[in-house]
Design a protein around this ligand. Structure first.
Ligand SMILES: C[S@@+](CC[C@H](N)C(=O)[O-])C[C@H]1O[C@@H](n2cnc3c(N)ncnc32)[C@H](O)[C@@H]1O
Length: 373
């Protein structure tokens, strides 16, 4: 029985696409050696670069660590052009055209789902070139689309909740769209080897991409220019984030092939983690896309809306006599308009930089929910 099951699955060239629990474990218990695979494929990995669980494994998961001092400027990793996983939208017939059709239905802002479809296709394909990479990906992600109801409520910040809801709703709708599209597909043209997808497996793929992909130069266009395309970079994406990174990604052209390199931006001491800067992102974006927030993030922003009625109510609760936020005088309204606090485009993003302001930011986020006495 067991044997016939294996034969069946290898005949139809699929791997199961299911989502299980357990934080930061990999897709399979003993995945292939990623470093060996990259070297075999013509890439380079510095002999002192090792994959290692980070100190705070629950949050950071795995990372890259220096097993000895590495001088500034050293080449740490190099990936030839065929190793990054990209979505090539000029693909041909059959399964690829189904994938391209599905990807065309993904809104631009949820770009991670497009590459996520490609990731799911390769995850399902037995003998996929990228299996040594994919099998090393985390089994689950701690981004808010996977939060339980109570944890979502605890986010307590309307713009963030709005984004989480939007992503969840998209995944549920897209799940239906994918089912519809796959229902009429011939078995040979099925992009996922006949396997069904659901909102959870789509969410896994979208999170894998949003938390690991980098936007780099893609292949040369007719005009000689290059587009920026999101791609997954095996091993390089094991680097965790810091605003004070000790490593950086550079792209080099070599015989019209693009080589992706990571070099040491500073001297790296033995046992230090290799850290990249994922970008100057707000904590909302870090949480939505990566599942963590940066303490004292200098790029954090907050959206504030001037709600006169709410502010009047809060003022009265606080004992302020005769508040008139709801019906400001003409001169007050003019100033509020100049500050873009009222009117059609009234939601403003504030960027706060000082430590004292960070406290204010924290307080401001809680403000609508704090009982004033
Ligand atoms: C590109 S991956 C890095 C490799 C990842 N740690 C792993 O185990 O495969 C990005 C993920 O690493 C974790 N991470 C990276 N930098 C972090 C940081 N500064 N604080 C907390 N978690 C971080 C988050 O889970 C994030 O989604």
């Amino acid at each position: 029985m067991a044997v016939s099951k294996i034969v069946l699955s290898s005949l139809i060239h699929i791997r199961p696409i299911t989502c299980a629990a357990s934080y930061h474990t990999r897709l399979v218990p003993h995945p292939p050696d990623l470093v060996k695979w990259i070297k075999k494929e013509g890439g380079f990995v510095h002999q002192a670069v090792k994959i290692f669980p980070q100190e705070d494994n629950e949050t950071y998961g795995l990372g890259l660590v220096a097993s000895q001092d590495i001088p500034k400027g050293s080449l740490l990793i190099a990936l030839p052009d065929h190793i990054p996983l990209k979505f090539e939208s000029d693909a041909g017939d059959g399964a690829d055209s189904v994938l391209v059709d599905l990807a065309s239905q993904v809104p631009e802002e949820l770009w991670a789902m497009k590459l996520g479809l490609k990731l799911l296709q390769e995850r399902a394909r037995l003998g996929s070139f990228w299996w040594p990479y994919i099998s090393n990906l985390p089994e689950t992600y701690s981004v808010p689309i996977f939060f339980q109801g109570e944890d979502i409520k605890n986010l307590q910040y309307v713009p963030l909740l709005y984004q989480v809801n939007k992503r969840c709703r998209f995944l549920l709708d897209f799940d239906q769209e994918v089912r519809r599209a796959l229902a009429s597909v011939k078995p040979n043209d099925h992009p996922f080897g006949g396997q069904e997808l659901n909102a959870s497996s789509l969410g896994w793929a979208m999170s894998a991409v949003s938390s690991r992909a980098f936007r780099l130069h893609g292949k040369k266009l007719a005009a000689g220019t290059r587009n920026e395309v999101p791609m997954m970079l095996p091993l390089i994406d094991m680097c965790n984030h810091s605003f004070n990174p000790n490593a950086q990604i550079i792209q080099e052209e070599d015989d019209s092939q693009l080589l992706i390199k990571v070099v040491a931006e500073t001297e790296i001491k033995q046992n230090d983690s290799l850290l990249l800067n994922y970008g100057c992102l707000s904590n909302d974006l870090f949480l939505l896309d990566y599942g963590f927030v940066m303490p004292s993030n200098p790029y954090d922003t907050i959206e504030l809306k001037y709600e006169g009625a709410l502010m009047d109510a809060a003022s009265m609760a606080a004992g302020v006599s005769s508040p008139n936020f709801f019906s400001p005088a003409a001169w007050q309204h003019q100033i509020l308009s100049q500050l873009n606090l009222v009117g059609e485009t009234a939601i403003v993003k504030l960027k706060l930089l000082l430590e004292s302001q960070m406290k204010l930011l924290f307080f401001a986020r809680l403000l609508p929910y704090v009982q004033l006495h």
